[in-house]
Design a protein around this ligand. Sequence first.
Ligand code: MG
Ligand code: ZN
Length: 215
Amino acid sequence: MKINVVESVLKANDAVAAENRRRLSAAGVLAVNVMSAPGSGKTLLLERTIPRLAPERCAVLVGDLQTTRDAERLGSATPLVTQINTGTGCHLTAPQVTAGLDSLALDGVRYLFIENVGNMVCPAGFDLGEHRRVVLVSVTEGDDKVAKYPTLFQVADAILLTKVDLLGVLDGYRRERVYEDISRINSRAPVFEVAARTGQGLDPWLAWLQAQRSA
Ligand code: MG
Ligand code: ZN
């Protein structure tokens, strides 16, 4: 009985997600679900990405349990930002994204970034209606996270290794170990090494986004 309840919740979520995806595709918007642990640099990456893509072409839905802090930060990059507070919820769901879409004027928007709640487990299990999923992992989290949280990396269409400007001060970080784990878990996703703070590595990431939109 318990399994049936869980299945029906996921089925209901998936039906709403499919409708979100139809709505976004019809509007010509590429929706990107951005997932990672808390503090991997999702918000800063978007703060640096949006001006390069053109602010009027980008909108953001940002999920957090509490506060509007990330929306306030992103508000300096684009006016099209909605904060979704999940209360105790540790991931975004498709109906929350529907409500977020209702709050945004998507005319002329070409990219919707959905910054998920910082969490390396359940966001991977909830389709939001996105077209692409990107997963961040910062070098400051250590070199073992890909192996420890494989389900998140399995669903990624692209993986961003963030804060690479700090590699020089991290003793014992084995970058090759991260790449080995990624190639074992997900050989399909490109890996981008970025440092949003310095701008290092942003060009290939932006080119990837533009290519996904054309596709
Ligand atoms: Mg954030
Ligand atoms: Zn959750």
